[in-house]
Design a protein around this ligand. Structure first.
Ligand SMILES: Cc1cc2nc3c(=O)[nH]c(=O)nc-3n(C[C@H](O)[C@H](O)[C@H](O)COP(=O)(O)OP(=O)(O)OC[C@H]3O[C@@H](n4cnc5c(N)ncnc54)[C@H](O)[C@@H]3O)c2cc1C
Length: 313
């Protein structure tokens, strides 16, 4: 039987966007689904009144040639720019910019939580939290963090090998806008409780003002995972003031918990795909704890799906 060609991509972070771009460039119709109101996943930007914070990933760097070429192309077009030396690049005007660029005008269903996938008569259908059904699709690419991918698979009665082997560390992130002075760009103590402090206004294309994002270490975040946000905000703010030796005098401070922040154990394979089912998974957790891994993994899965749906796999 001829395979359906439309592909459902679950997740609009870097892995999902990278997969969507490769599939679309190969001429396959794609539909992307994400539970968030905005795309980008952990490449996230919080806006509150006139304030703006990258409260997830702070920067990206290339280790391999594919992502290096992509970063260079983005830099030529002003989608990313250098920040804080050592090959670091940030999205402009925020960290979601590269993901938005990859998705372009592709069909993205935002604020759509996928709760179940099912297979019927050789085609895939998705159910969302509002009980709407999407499909049919010839293949499904799941790009959630591994524990969420595993939960979707378990609840739907399907399996992909090793998804459960990937492990993540959490991260508490505190966003602070302050009246006090603070200079510099990036400070990385990597010492409990602080992993890093990023000064948002030092990034290219950002509004002026003293705005900091403080990330806690994995160990501290794990120990304080279930604490109320107000107490996390207080602890990390105090630690940042001690570290910076300034009184920040905050006018806004808010904590965000990333339950699945950084990959601690990656699978060491580019992506997972079951050609008999037309079911695959990708994400940073396949290759490593960084944006480049998500980009490479999504692209690898998409190339496998292209080969499969074009009959070459
Ligand atoms: C605090 C923090 C700091 C970081 N710092 C850096 C850094 O400086 N440099 C770096 O390279 N990397 C950093 N990372 C890691 C980097 O953000 C990730 O490696 C990368 O963004 C992962 O992309 P992804 O597409 O694999 O996953 P994600 O970005 O997590 O995308 C998965 C998407 O799936 C969606 N989703 C989940 N469940 C559902 C559902 N049921 N239905 C629909 N959609 C769903 C989510 O909303 C999300 O958009 C950091 C991460 C965090 C959290």
């Amino acid at each position: 039987m001829k395979k359906r060609r439309t592909v459902a991509i679950l997740g609009a972070g870097m892995a999902g966007a990278s997969a969507a771009r490769v599939l679309a460039d190969a001429g396959l119709p794609v539909q992307v689904f994400d539970k968030g109101r905005a795309v980008g996943g952990r490449m996230a930007t919080r806006r509150s009144a006139s304030l703006q914070f990258d409260h997830g990933a702070q920067f990206m760097r290339a280790h391999g040639s594919a992502f290096a070429a992509r970063l260079a192309a983005w830099e030529r077009r002003g989608i990313v720019a250098p920040w804080a030396g050592a090959g670091r690049r940030v999205g402009v005007p925020d960290m979601t910019a590269p993901v938005r660029d990859l998705l372009g005008d592709l069909s993205v269903h935002s604020a759509t939580t996928i709760t179940r996938i099912r297979r019927d008569d050789g085609a895939w259908y998705l159910e969302d939290a509002a009980a709407a059904v999407h499909g049919p699709f010839g293949a499904v690419a799941i790009t959630f963090p591994a524990p969420q991918s595993a939960a979707l698979l378990d609840g739907s009665g399907y399996a992909l090998p090793d998804v459960g082997r990937a492990a993540f560390a959490p991260c508490w992130s505190v966003m602070v806008a302050a009246e006090g002075a603070s200079t510099g760009d990036l400070i990385e103590p990597h010492e409990d409780p602080i992993r890093l402090i990023a000064l948002d206004a030092s990034k290219p294309g950002r509004p002026e003002g003293v705005r900091l994002t403080i990330h806690a270490t994995a160990a501290w975040s794990r120990r304080h995972l279930e604490e109320p946000r107000a107490s996390i905000t207080g602890s990390l703010l105090e630690a940042a003031e001690r570290h910076l030796r300034v009184s920040l005098r905050p006018i806004y401070a808010e904590a965000h918990r990333w339950r699945y922040a950084q990959v601690e154990t990656a699978l060491g394979v580019a992506s997972l795909y079951d050609a008999a089912l037309g079911l695959g998974a990708a994400g940073d957790w396949c290759l490593g704890a960084r944006i480049e891994a998500a980009y490479d993994s999504g692209a690898a899965l998409a190339r496998t799906i292209v080969a499969d749906l074009n009959g070459a796999a």
